[in-house]
Write a protein that binds this ligand. Sequence first.
Ligand code: PLP
Length: 429
Amino acid sequence: QKHEELKRLDKKHFLHPTSSLKQQQEEGPAFIFTEGEGIYLKDIQGRKLMDSLSSLWNVNIGHGRKELGEVAMQQMGTLAFSSAFSAWSHEPVIRLAAKIAEMTPGNLNTTFFTSGGSEANDTAFKTVRHYWKLKGQPEKKKIVSRKKSYHGLAMGATSATGLQPFRDFTTSLAQDFHYVESTVESLRQLIEEQGADTIAAFISEPIQGSGGVNVAPVGYFQEVRRICDENDILFIADEVITGFGRTGKTFGMDHYDVVPDIMCIAKGVSSGYAPLGGMVISEDIHQELIDLSDGIFMHGYTYSGHPMCCAVAMKNIEIIERENLIENVRVMGDQMLQGFNWLEKEHDLVCNVRGLGLLGAIGLQSKTEEQLAPKVVNEALKRGLICRAVLYDGQDTLAFAPPFIINKQEMDEMITILHESLIAVEKDL
Ligand code: PLP
């Protein structure tokens, strides 16, 4: 039978990203997905599941958009690939870079493209160090990030990631990375200890995603922006999850009226229909790189500005605008938070519900040491809902990021399944 064959081949030949290898060997894949439509996924056994995390916080316009397939086919049929290295270019990359400049705040006007978020962050780290070197300050090279942050798993991105287990996976990381608590005092103290003339940049997600959907304290980013300006430290916003509407505004930093010097994007730029990311830099930085450089921008990937990925991203953005999806994020985000608040009232287990737009989380409190989120995830799966447990740093949290197209009835269904799942877990305690 095909299902059994695929399971056997999966176990033997496919090393799953971020997975429990032993469990994978013993049980094989829990789901082999075959189709997606709207906010639902279907697996090989015909099970239909609501995808409350937009897969990996990325399938923002929902599954099964034929229009994107058509654009990809069209682009592949005309110009499947052409390098954008050096002086070569093509229309999809030019159009997309111009569109991103139109959408981003301030004078963030120039984009370097990558295949995903990790490469975007690695690119930003190399670029800020290069920038300070050009400005005659090669010692200004330290990168500061926040504890519980997630910036991806390339070498630089792993080094910036505040969630310790990702860094502990390997022995030697990139140099000159430092971590602060999410307070202004912690950043000030680090600058005092290390010296501003050794710090190149501060990087932060507007809302920490993988670390548990943690919203920063009120006034935090405005103050951080001020501190960065006072100390000549560049501010990098990692908008990989929050970009392109996830929080109910085009970018997460828009909620705080903070304009970063560099913005990193991925996920929502193409809603996962094609692998794409990028680093958007301010006009000032761009100009300095031009004026001060006597050489080449010695950084680039084969797939920097892949024509098909750029064409798909452009269409994705067109759909977000055409269907007014960011407005739906706001409306459905309010409904999601109301639902979470109701769950908190109904269940002693639930605490600390939070969210902004369609990015939200539910905290769980167990009377014992046992973490409850995996149990709720299991019960929810039985009832047809995929949701994600966040267990880092002793947390016990469920994270949610449903597709922007979710409607009122589907949101009700999601909350009802969570309610029933929590009841089932409570019964077992
Ligand atoms: N930055 C943030 C905030 C992310 O959430 C992620 C991925 O989840 C990344 C960077 C890394 O992106 P990628 O997995 O595309 O390399």
